[in-house]
Design a protein around this ligand. Structure first.
Ligand code: SF4
Length: 259
């Protein structure tokens, strides 16, 4: 297990099918989602996407221990108080995680937005070993980064080759759902959809369901089992990543969970 001020891993390296990928361990950063830190919003689309209530941050350990929620709020407040200090901590912690993975002879993967939706590719420069980089991705070319996002405009950007982004669907707001489908059609980006039950999700794996909101139609997209691995960078391009609701998300009625 790797634990630091900003990121942590569960300690389980996962073997990804196929020689192309090999064994990875993922470290994730958990912040206080949306405006929970009371100092700013780390999920600018949460209101529009209607995902805050069902947010996974409330599932599992964070849902049980208020100390975890408090620690995440404090970490998020540090991010808002001094971006420079926060980025310096993050660089130090990712460098330590890289060394930890090297010792274990596994590859390092990092999810910065475990419970946030920060645009790390924009206005987040950092320094590593005295050299300034435009982003954390440029500072750590040896690390595979990946995230889910509700900020669909990010899919139109030319992202670093070591950063994989999957769009996150929600039907809470037809305009948002429509924008996600349009973006997926125009960019080819993958779309993660949270289904109500595992049974419901499993029933459509391998199929290409018809998804239509308003004038936007997403067709010919195969659904894959997105819970088989969390490592979205290994997914084929042009699919629907089918997840099923866990924790409080099971009771979500906002439209974030479908079916
Ligand atoms: S689901 Fe994502 S975007 Fe929505 S509140 Fe949670 S972390 Fe933020």
């Amino acid at each position: 297990m790797f634990k630091s001020k900003t990121i942590r891993s569960g300690g389980n390296a996962k073997t990804i099918k196929g020689d192309k990928f090999g064994q990875y361990e993922t470290a994730i950063m958990y912040l206080a989602p949306a405006s929970q830190s009371l100092m700013g919003n780390v999920c600018p689309m949460a209101g529009q996407a209607g995902c805050e209530m069902g947010c996974l941050s409330k599932a599992g350990r964070a849902g049980m221990f208020s100390s975890i929620v408090e620690a995440r709020i404090a970490k998020t407040q540090r991010y808002f108080k001094s971006r420079e200090t926060f980025m310096a901590d993050l660089v130090k912690d990712i460098a330590a995680f890289v060394r930890y993975c090297a010792k274990k002879q596994v590859k390092a993967a990092v999810r910065l937005n475990g419970t946030s939706d920060i645009q790390w590719e924009v206005a987040h420069p950092c320094s590593r070993d005295g050299v300034t980089y435009t982003s954390i991705f440029a500072a750590f070319p040896e690390v595979q980064f990946y995230d889910y996002t509700k900020i669909y405009k990010r899919a139109y950007r030319s992202l670093p080759s070591n950063y994989s982004l999957t769009l996150s669907y929600s039907e809470a707001n037809p305009a948002y759902a429509s924008a996600i489908i349009k973006t997926a059609n125009e960019t080819g980006a993958n779309v993660a959809v949270v289904y109500r039950t595992k049974h419901g999700r499993d029933a459509i794996v391998g199929q290409a369901p018809w998804m239509a909101i308003g004038d936007e139609v997403l067709t010919s997209r195969e659904v894959i089992d997105g819970d088989e691995t969390d490592m979205r960078f290994t997914d084929p391009r042009g699919v629907i990543v089918g997840l099923y609701a866990k924790g409080p998300a099971k009771r979500d009625n906002s439209g974030f969970v479908v079916g």
